[in-house]
Design a protein around this ligand. Structure first.
Ligand code: IDP
Length: 140
């Protein structure tokens, strides 16, 4: 996995609220190339594994239930400085603290139901991409 890639999910809240198209448009307008994408749903076990790093946090159960309650869109994105630039595009974890114009400011409903995921490091981008996609599902 090159360091110019990041991994994202459009979370169940944003899918339920009909924001898939608007979020993908924001992502592409910001200069990210979509190199892999799928509409899928995490099982409870998937969500537990994906967020295992948070398993000691008080919100882990709520997060697992939320992330597995409905479909998501998973994608791998390519751009120079992808991880950092995508974190800027989505905004702070808490939408109340997210900058104007960011995806979370526009589409998130709460701290937990915050519309999108974005990897926080190149290492995690690779791990998270491999969680959802095989090599032959990524088209550079
Ligand atoms: P990030 O998604 O901005 O990197 P993390 O701290 O890694 O934020 O948290 C992962 C996800 O867990 C968040 O995107 C959000 O959905 C959820 N979350 C984080 N903090 C809380 C909290 O205090 N209460 C409920 N859910 C939370």
């Amino acid at each position: 996995m090159a360091t110019n890639r990041t991994f994202t999910m459009i979370k169940p809240d944003a899918v339920e609220n009909g924001h898939i198209g608007a979020i993908i448009e924001k992502i592409q307008t910001a200069g990210f190339k979509i190199v892999a994408m799928k509409y899928t749903q995490l099982s409870e076990a998937d969500a537990k594994a994906f967020y295992e790093v948070h398993k000691e946090r008080p919100f882990y159960g709520e997060l697992v239930a939320f992330m597995s309650r409905g479909p998501i869109v998973a994608a791998v994105l390519e751009k120079d400085n992808a991880v950092e630039d995508f974190r800027t595009l989505i905004g702070a974890t808490n939408p109340e603290e997210a900058a104007e114009g960011t995806i979370r400011k526009l589409f998130a409903t709460s701290l937990s139901e915050n519309a999108v995921h974005g990897s926080d490091s190149d290492e995690n981008a690779a791990i998270e991409s491999n969680f959802h996609f095989s090599g032959r599902e990524i088209y550079a």
